[in-house]
Design a protein around this ligand. Structure first.
Ligand code: ADP
Ligand code: MG
Length: 220
């Protein structure tokens, strides 16, 4: 996987956020301040605007540039958290000294990104945030990378993301704006968990389609 494919995934992610815009927006209206969709959309727009500048770069450099740009352009609690995710992934991929992304170097990069969110947000599992999707997905990915084939990994990560997103419904929020609501947040899915689940699903779908297309070409 090279930078071109990373950019294809970003376009698919943007499209998926648009498809699920109503859900994401209403969740943040219910237990936040209603701006999560605006923040995520803004992030997608600024990254998509950088696509032609990112295309010639190695993946680690593309992730670092995306992180830096997001740091200065998305608002809300989610902006700096998502920016730190991309910056940490860039650092991890740079350290792997490989120009191509594989499950074996992307899984530790993804875990490093999730760890950076935990540190920045001072949060962990079970606090009704995006981490309730990202932590289990990172763990499952680490267990399967290098062990299972790519379609099996995509299948498992999509299922884990869905489970994590749904798990936030009955949680009490202890981080972010929803924490101010106390028990009133119970019964609502966390908006950040929803947008991460949508993003992970879109990326897994894009990876699977790319494999399917290359298999079909190989067979034809
Ligand atoms: P804001 O809360 O400032 O309005 P957004 O609406 O863009 O920002 O993002 C809200 C999402 O950010 C929440 O749904 C939650 O998933 C995530 N979030 C908030 N605080 C934290 C934190 N400390 N750690 C991890 N994620 C958090
Ligand atoms: Mg908000």
């Amino acid at each position: 996987m090279k930078t071109d494919f990373v950019l294809q995934c970003i376009l698919a992610l943007q499209q998926a956020i648009e498809t699920h815009q109503a859900d994401i927006e209403s969740l943040d209206r219910e237990i936040g301040d209603g701006d999560h969709l605006i923040n995520i959309r803004r992030g997608c727009t600024v990254v998509v605007a950088m696509i032609e500048d990112l295309r010639p770069l190695p993946p680690h450099e593309a992730f670092t540039r995306i992180g830096k740009k997001l740091l200065s352009s998305i608002g809300g609690a989610s902006g700096p958290l998502i920016a730190s995710f991309f910056l940490a992934m860039g650092d991890s991929l740079r350290a792997s000294e490989q120009e191509t992304i594989t499950a074996t170097n992307f899984s530790p990069a993804f875990s490093a990104g999730v760890e950076a969110i935990c540190l920045r947000g001072k949060a962990s599992l079970g606090e009704k945030t995006m981490l309730d999707v990202l932590i289990p997905v990172a763990k499952t990915f680490a267990g399967l990378a290098g062990q299972a084939d790519t379609p099996a990994i995509c299948h498992a990560l999509r299922a884990e993301a869905l489970k994590g997103m749904l798990s936030t419904k009955d949680m009490l929020a202890t981080k972010g704006r929803a924490a101010f609501l106390g028990e009133r947040a119970i019964g609502h899915i966390d908006p950040g968990a929803k947008s991460c689940q949508v993003a992970i699903t879109a990326i897994c779908d894009t990876v699977e389609q790319a494999i399917g297309a290359s298999t079909t070409t190989a067979v034809a």
